[in-house]
Design a protein around this ligand. Structure first.
Ligand code: APR
Length: 391
């Protein structure tokens, strides 16, 4: 097979990239290791920055998002005895949208099927070849066990954290930056309407807790836990008791509504960034190049920003101008590092360390972010995001 752009991975990055490329008049083929059902069934991030929504609006992909998604102007930040609302719009930012990643993936996938996108699911043993030549190609084994080869002008690795494409960056050029955080998140979904009209970020001496939502009937929660904790030690009763305590259920007439827990897991918090995001005819986008802790909800937004820049760059290159393609890695990484900084500083303000001195510093930081116009404006900008642009 032959195409202009061979895309590895049919997550949000790969699917959106193929859509945006089509709008640039560029054909692509996607290969995906998993089945379509598996990809669509994955529950993950669910907060979209305004700039991400702009991209989906312009691409004609946001009808269901505007119908079923929840627009939020801000968040609550609280600690025992205090609850403050940070209104992003009042502080110079823009609203964010709560919309499950699985819903977005379904919208993207439906749009690609409707457009007749060439997509191959259940492809194993994907390997990249000759990425530093002008004739790179992919090989793999399709769902029927047949060997396939895809020749392309460029290959884009959208294959996520566990993908293979970043291994094709030459060792001599590759730099990997990694931070493992000293705590993990216990995340769970519950079939219960949200107990709050906005997302709650709660500092508590026992550890961080977060209440967010997927829809009017599904709530999502996160609890700071020890990295050595095992999910089997967390019964549903223990989870609800801990969540109610940390979120201050019963204080100021606010009550947490419990319900059936439908999914629970423990996730280590980590940041890993691989640079550069381009080498010769290989480009990386999304989790394939970077993962950031979920505290700032930036992972999905970074994937959208990467492929937005990349589609523009490949469009310009097709018209004979390679300058944006040359600028892609630096421009994407600028945004990635800003998100890494936000995820780090926001996580650091909220996750307790067990040291009373740290507790007081964190409370001072949260007080400043939620009461000072300067602190609030910074938090609003970091949360709601900045326009997606080269430079
Ligand atoms: N060959 C083909 N496909 C692969 C391979 C491989 N060797 N390895 C991984 N994949 C596929 C995965 O099965 C997955 O469907 O690549 C896809 C990568 O998708 P995601 O992991 O969702 O990553 P991405 O598209 O970059 O989405 C951005 O940021 O923070 C997160 O939750 C957010 O998942 C979202 C992500």
């Amino acid at each position: 097979m032959k195409t202009r752009v061979a895309i590895i991975g049919a997550g949000p990055a790969g699917l959106l990239l193929s859509h945006l490329l089509e709008r640039e008049g560029i054909e692509s083929i996607i290969v995906e290791a998993q089945s379509s059902d598996f990809v669509l069934g994955r529950f993950r991030a669910g907060l979209l920055e305004a700039a991400s929504v702009d991209v989906l609006d312009e691409a004609g992909l946001s009808e269901r998002l505007h119908r079923d998604g929840l627009e939020h102007r801000g968040v609550y930040v609280q600690w025992p005895g205090t609850k403050r609302s940070v209104d992003f719009v009042e502080r110079g930012g823009r609203p964010v949208w709560v919309y499950g990643q699985s819903e977005l993936t379904r919208d993207l996938s439906d749009a690609r099927f409707a457009a007749g996108q060439q997509m191959y699911y259940n492809v194993s043993d994907v390997a990249l070849h000759d990425v530093d030549s002008s004739a790179p190609f992919l090989t793999g084994v399709d769902a029927t066990g047949r060997s396939i080869r895809i020749d392309a002008d460029v290959i884009v690795g959208c294959d996520g954290f566990a993908g293979v494409s970043r291994d094709s960056l030459p060792q001599s050029l590759r730099a990997v930056y990694e931070r493992r955080y000293p705590h993990s998140w216990l995340g769970f979904f519950a079939d219960v309407p949200p107990s709050s009209d906005q997302i709650i970020f709660a500092w508590h001496p026992e550890g961080f807790a977060m209440h967010t939502m997927r829809s009017a009937s599904i709530s999502r929660f996160h609890l700071q836990v020890d990295p050595h904790d095992h999910i089997s030690a967390w019964s549903d009763d223990r989870i609800w008791e801990t969540t109610a305590r940390r979120l201050g259920s019963g204080d100021n007439d606010w009550t947490l509504h419990a319900g059936p827990i439908t999914e629970k897991s423990i996730l280590p918090l980590r940041c890993r960034i691989t640079t550069p995001m381009r080498h010769a005819r290989l480009f990386l986008a999304g989790d394939a190049a970077h993962v950031v802790p979920p505290t700032g909800a930036k992972g999905l937004n970074l994937a959208i920003a990467d492929v937005t820049l990349l589609a523009r760059a490949l469009g310009a290159w097709k018209r004979g101008d390679e300058s944006l393609a040359n600028a892609y890695s630096d421009s994407a990484l600028r945004r990635v590092w800003r998100a890494a900084e936000f995820s780090w500083s926001w996580s650091s303000a909220l996750h307790t360390t067990g040291d009373p001195f740290d507790d007081q510093l964190q409370l001072a930081q949260l007080d400043w972010l939620t009461s000072s116009p300067t602190g609030g404006a910074g938090l609003a900008e970091k949360f709601s995001g900045v326009p997606i642009a080269f430079g």
